[in-house]
Design a protein around this ligand. Structure first.
Ligand SMILES: *[C@@H]1O[C@H](CO)[C@@H](O)[C@H](O)[C@H]1NC(C)=O
Ligand SMILES: *[C@@H]1O[C@H](CO)[C@@H](O)[C@H](O)[C@H]1NC(C)=O
Ligand SMILES: CC(=O)N[C@H]1CO[C@H](CO)[C@@H](O)[C@@H]1O
Length: 780
């Protein structure tokens, strides 16, 4: 430290490069590996666009240089499949880096599959259209070929855009222009991006355009001008801290099943959020939740098409909680009613309400949920924290795992090296930098209190071997904190996986206790179980038509466990995925890989935030909360395994009482066969569980979607699964006393939407929406 300070003092006028100052991600030695890249060694994970001749001088047309940088090496190229296009792949991750500067482009930048576009957080690079720009969007993350997206939007995983300004202002205002075309699915994120568009009534510009997909997460975006800041439609999304100035319409919602907006700030716009698409007889928007937001100087805050007799009957379901309006004429404009502006909306709810007995009349006026104080900032908003980018931390403060000797080749056992570098870097107060690579481990990696760990692109920790085989005595792959340990951990941009069978592996076990006012955090850290190169759980290993269950495809005991001694954990954009298909396979064909449990939380103290999380295809449950309290969850999304119920849950696992496993044998006795399927969320003996948006889906029975076929609005009965969301139910013994508060509960393919203490209290056919079913408000 002393040396550094002296050095700064004496050569402060010399080049900063000498000191290694500036954004570490730009300066640090780049030696990330992609061991299964088809091009072999020499593949560059980190690519600085200036190395490929981009000038960033505000004059030169950099389009060709930037796209050449993205194309370097063997990438998963966008294009029609019959013309060499690639559907998806994990073998060519890339960070395409833009040093500060203004990059002029005349046609779209096309980030191929698994490309992260990054700039410097403290000095954002500008991507600016030339006046003669031609193309669908400045950044087109999923181009069309003959009206077909190059990458199927619900299978676009693992990509980010951060720290950029995307500027369409040179394109004439009356000409259509889009900043970012972003149809995506899970494990994708936008962070700290500014959109500059032509302003005024003539503007035809849009900042972000999403027409479909299964997102996703975005935060810290700022929009200036435009016809719309965002024009968006997707199955579900979680967004935070979006700020709009001077847009005709800040957000135009094309469609959704559900969308959770936290922290909107809309200023000087014409309309804040327009969710009236399709009109009141054909509403395209399923449900929307808006909380902790401020709208000012905007004539109409929310434009809504829902009425007493609109269609579909739960279409346009809406919750506003803690939304401040200043100088707004109309708060919620509806065809037959409107609510005055200039107020703090503590609670506005439109849609079907339920209580623990069944359908309920919405109280008038509605009251906001009683928020647990430990989950809030001072101001009464829910606590939030963006992914740390360490932009003010000198590069010398980072320790590379490859420099420490880890191989990251998916073959060498890196356990000892990883443990030693995590321990020594943490003891020295340094940050552990995981160069991209696949780090095989054969025993538990322990992350101590005080650790800060950040990945380059998506490095993978791969559990393997004898240590992880016993499904009666599971052990963690990554363990954060020992029992009783308290402190603080920050962890971002990483994937935890298994290689071959690991029936006894808990991929992440969280034991650390952190205070509620300084929680630990996990951002863009995911589990991925099977279905990728190096997993040995591919389409050739685990095809669906093999005799089931195949022991060699029992790939994990559990994705993630937050144990009784843990507390104070903030999780943002976390996707826990047991693979339903092989990402490397040209047609993304399905596979059968078994993972027992999704995310369990049994923290006695609680104080856990789940912002934009999803958990899919685990055998017993996706989310399970037992004996816990004070949890914020929004939006949470699940899918049940596609092979169920042909193998009844919990096949191939056994029910373990100490794990609080649900007991299908008892619960499903004398019930329909489709009872024997994973819970989307099961909550037992838990208090203050605050759910701000949920989607629990089962599209399949034994890999066929016949069970979700339905005639649309009106008569509807899709039985892929009899129940999926349970409170104080599903165990060997009855429980009671949970307190659960839910907004925007959406299900697909599920007969009973809520099971409470053993009874079904909400039926699918009473709550039909466009494709899903929706209950806007339910509390116990
Ligand atoms: C998304 O929309 C495009 C264009 O309509 C269509 O080709 C594609 O199939 C859609 N994808 C999904 C997953 O809905
Ligand atoms: C929201 O995002 C902007 C832009 O990144 C940032 O300056 C601001 O601090 C963020 N606000 C909150 C409350 O996180
Ligand atoms: C290292 C350690 O103490 N791990 C504990 C984490 O929490 C689980 C569940 O309580 C314990 O079983 C582990 O021993």
């Amino acid at each position: 430290m002393k040396f550094l300070q002296r050095a700064v003092a004496c050569i402060c006028l010399a080049s900063q490069v000498v000191l290694g100052q500036g954004y570490f991600l730009e300066r640090i030695k780049h030696q990330g590996l992609a061991p299964f890249n088809p091009g072999g060694a020499g593949y560059n994970v980190f690519i600085n666009v200036k190395r490929f001749g981009a000038k960033g001088d505000g004059v030169t047309d950099d389009t060709v240089a930037i796209n050449a940088a993205i194309r370097q090496g063997a990438r998963c190229v966008a294009g029609p499949a019959n013309n060499g296009g690639c559907a998806s792949s994990t073998t060519s991750p890339a960070i395409v880096y833009f040093p500060a500067g203004t990059y002029i482009i005349s046609s779209p930048i096309i980030p191929y599959y698994m490309t992260n576009l990054h700039g410097d957080p403290s000095n954002l690079a500008v991507i600016k259209a030339s006046p003669n720009f031609k193309g669908a969007a400045l950044v087109d993350a999923d181009p069309y070929d003959s009206e077909v997206q190059d990458y199927g939007s619900t299978n676009v995983f693992y990509r980010q855009v951060r720290n950029l300004i995307i500027d369409t202002t040179s394109i004439p205002a009356n000409q259509g222009a889009t900043g970012l075309h972003w149809p995506t699915a899970q494990a994708t994120s936008l962070q700290n991006v500014v959109f500059k568009m032509a302003e005024g009534a003539a503007s035809q510009h849009t900042g972000v355009f999403i027409e479909n997909g299964s997102g996703g997460f975005m935060t810290d975006l700022v929009f200036y001008g435009g016809k719309t800041g965002m024009t968006v439609g997707s199955q579900q999304f979680t967004t935070r801290n979006l700020t709009f100035f001077n847009s005709q319409t800040a957000i135009f919602q094309i469609w959704d099943w559900s969308w959770t907006y936290m922290g909107l700030s809309i200023n000087n716009c014409g309309i804040g959020l327009d969710l009236s698409t399709g009109g009141s007889q054909n509403q395209a928007v399923g449900s929307v939740v808006v909380i902790d937001s401020h709208i000012s100087n905007t004539p109409i805050a929310f434009k809504h098409a829902r009425t007493a007799d609109s269609s579909p009957k739960t279409g346009g379901s809406l919750v506003l909680e803690n939304v401040l309006l200043t100088n707004v004429a109309v708060a919620v404009q509806q065809p037959t009613a409107q609510l005055d502006g200039n107020q703090l909306i503590t609670s506005f709810v439109s849609g079907h309400a339920y209580d623990s007995k069944g359908p309920a009349i919405l109280p008038n006026p509605t009251r906001p949920y009683n928020r647990p104080g430990s989950l809030l900032h001072g101001a009464g908003n829910y606590y939030t924290r963006s992914k740390p980018q360490y932009d003010t931390v000198p590069t010398l403060q980072f320790v590379s795992v490859r420099d420490a000797g880890a191989k990251g080749d998916a073959v060498t056992d890196d356990s000892a090296v990883l443990q030693s570098v995590i321990d020594s870097a943490t003891a020295a107060g340094k940050i552990v930098f995981f160069d991209n690579g696949m780090y095989k481990v054969t025993k538990t990696i322990k992350i101590p209190a005080g650790a800060k760990i950040v990945g380059e692109a998506y490095p993978v920790i791969l559990a393997s071997g004898a240590f992880f085989q016993n499904m009666q005595a599971p052990v963690p792959v990554v363990q954060v904190g020992a029992a009783g340990e308290s402190g603080h951990v920050e962890w971002s941009d990483m994937v935890i996986s298994s290689q071959g069978p690991c029936a006894g592996a808990i991929l992440i076990q969280w034991n650390l206790s952190s205070p509620p006012n300084a929680p630990s955090g996990m951002w863009d850290v995911h589990t991925r179980i099977g279905g990728f190169a190096g997993s040995q759980l591919s389409i050739t290993d685990c095809p669906v038509d093999a005799p089931q269950p195949q022991q060699k495809c029992i790939a994990a005991f559990q994705s993630m466990e937050i144990t009784p001694s843990a507390s104070g954990l903030y999780m943002e954009n976390v996707w826990l995925w047991s693979a339903d298909h092989d990402i490397e396979e040209v047609k993304n064909r399905q596979i059968t890989v078994y993972s027992g449990r999704g995310l369990s939380i049994s923290s006695t103290v609680g104080n856990i935030w789940l912002i934009g999380t999803s958990v899919e295809h685990h055998v017993f449950y996706q989310y399970q909360l037992t004996n816990t309290q004070n949890i914020f969850m929004g939006f949470i999304q699940t899918e049940s395994p596609y092979y169920q119920p042909v193998s009844f849950a919990p096949t191939p696992f056994t029910t373990i009482a100490e794990q609080n496993d649900p007991d299908f044998g008892v619960y499903c006795k004398d019930k329909d066969v489709t009872c024997n399927e994973a819970w989307g969320a099961r909550i037992v003996n838990s208090k203050n569980i605050m759910i701000y948006g949920a989607g629990f889906y089962q599209f399949f029975n034994n890999y066929r979607t016949k069970c979700t076929e339905h005639s649309g609005n009106g008569v509807y009965s899709a039985n892929c699964q009899t129940q999926i969301f349970g409170i104080d139910t599903g165990g060997p013994t009855p429980t009671s006393g949970s307190s659960v508060y839910v907004y925007a509960l959406n299900t697909v393919g599920v007969v009973s939407m809520i099971e409470f203490q053993g009874n079904s209290i909400a039926k699918q056919e009473d709550n039909t929406n466009g494709y899903a079913e929706t209950i806007i408000m339910f509390s116990t």
